[in-house]
Write a protein that binds this ligand. Structure first.
Ligand code: TXA
Ligand code: MG
Length: 324
């Protein structure tokens, strides 16, 4: 099928109130018409996600801000003008028309304009907003290829737009602008420094009164095989120890695999590592190992979002091993 036919098919499915696989620059989304409550409920059913976890509404550009949000602070306009399309989600006070299904009943809405040519073309043709969480079952590793979406949902999501490998590879930075101080609820590859250069100081992390975000749960983005996070030398020792016990271990390292260690090596740059991380976790998860071990990346600022995902992956890994 050519790209035009696929786009038409995706549009038709959205207009029928169905969910489709949507490529973005971060990860693939499971998208449906954000103004159609029944369509949004289908997303939750497909994902197995708790209904009170809000979804991001994807829009074609900054001009859509006022359709979905109100009392919009100047910082939101500055950031949308400078960073959209791009991996930044803004949490703002919602317009009354935004269905409760989208916001999980919260008074705020998350908005983002994705930097992907197919997604932008679809959004412009659709004319409305697309509610889309990452296209994985709740808690599992996010998809960065069309084939990952098909592996998660099979025939339950027949229309998956193939936009190739996601360029960024991990989810957007979420910035809450609905409170007194701007706050990053989820770090992403759009760094805190870039945001602060545009709008001044922001806080990091979830405060007691912050809106709920499932990407902020302790266990998330997880493979099914148990996963340990270790410095390189400890990783090599752990692999040797496990192998001596007859266990099969797969490693995820930076740069090059050490002697005697099986697994995958990822680029030693944050952008390259983020791009490959989720596909690598899926590949390792399929190898039937007893244990996965990941090398702990450097502590410097540009690795913050990657640390965040690895930590949550390790916390959630293996939790549903019996169930699947
Ligand atoms: O890069 C991304 O953000 C990808 C692509 C598909 O755009 N989407 C994504 O969606 O990661 P999801 O649902 O897996 O994660 C979105 C996060 C969730 O943690 C959700 O709770 C949070 O955004 N979120 C959405 N609306 C919110 C709101 N009104 N207040 C607080 N958090 C919100
Ligand atoms: Mg997700």
């Amino acid at each position: 099928m050519n790209a035009r036919t696929e786009l038409d098919e995706a549009l038709a499915a959205l207009r029928r109130g169905e969910a489709i696989g949507l490529p973005t620059e971060t990860v693939y989304g499971l998208a449906a018409d954000a103004s159609n409550a029944a369509a949004v409920r289908r997303i939750f059913a497909l994902k197995g996600r708790p209904a009170d976890h809000p979804l991001i509404v994807h829009v074609a550009g900054a001009e859509a801000l006022d359709d979905w949000a109100r009392d919009i602070p100047p910082a939101a306009r500055t950031l949308a003008a400078a960073c959209w399309p791009g991996p930044l989600t803004l949490i703002l006070r919602k317009q009354p028309r935004v269905p409760d299904e989208v916001t999980g009943g919260q008074p705020t809405v998350g908005l983002r304009c994705p930097d992907h040519p197919l997604a932008l073309e679809l959004l412009r043709a659709f004319g409305g907003g697309l509610a889309a969480p990452s296209a994985n079952r709740f808690g599992h590793v996010s998809p960065t290829r069309a084939a990952h979406v098909r592996a998660e949902f099979g025939e339950a999501v027949p229309v998956v737009l193939d936009g190739g490998d996601c360029a960024v590879g991990i989810e957007s930075t979420i910035l809450d602008l609905s409170g007194a101080t701007p706050r990053i609820l989820r770090p992403g590859m759009l760094p805190r420094e870039r945001i602060e250069a545009l709008v001044g100081p922001v806080e990091m992390g979830v405060a007691g009164d912050s809106p709920r975000a499932s990407g902020t749960l302790d266990a998330h983005y997880a493979p099914r095989t148990p996963l340990l996070l270790l410095p390189r030398a400890a990783l090599v020792a752990e692999v040797a120890e496990q192998q001596a016990l007859g266990k099969r271990v797969q490693a995820l390292v930076l740069g090059q695999l050490p002697e005697g260690v099986d697994g995958l090596a990822l680029p030693a740059s944050p952008a390259g590592y983020a791009h490959d991380l989720y596909a690598a976790l899926r590949t390792l998860d399929r190898r039937g190992a007893n244990l996965l071990v990941a090398e702990r990346p450097p502590e410097s600022g540009d690795w913050v979002a990657i640390h965040d995902r690895l930590r949550r992956s390790a916390a959630g890994a293996g939790l549903d091993a019996e169930a699947t």
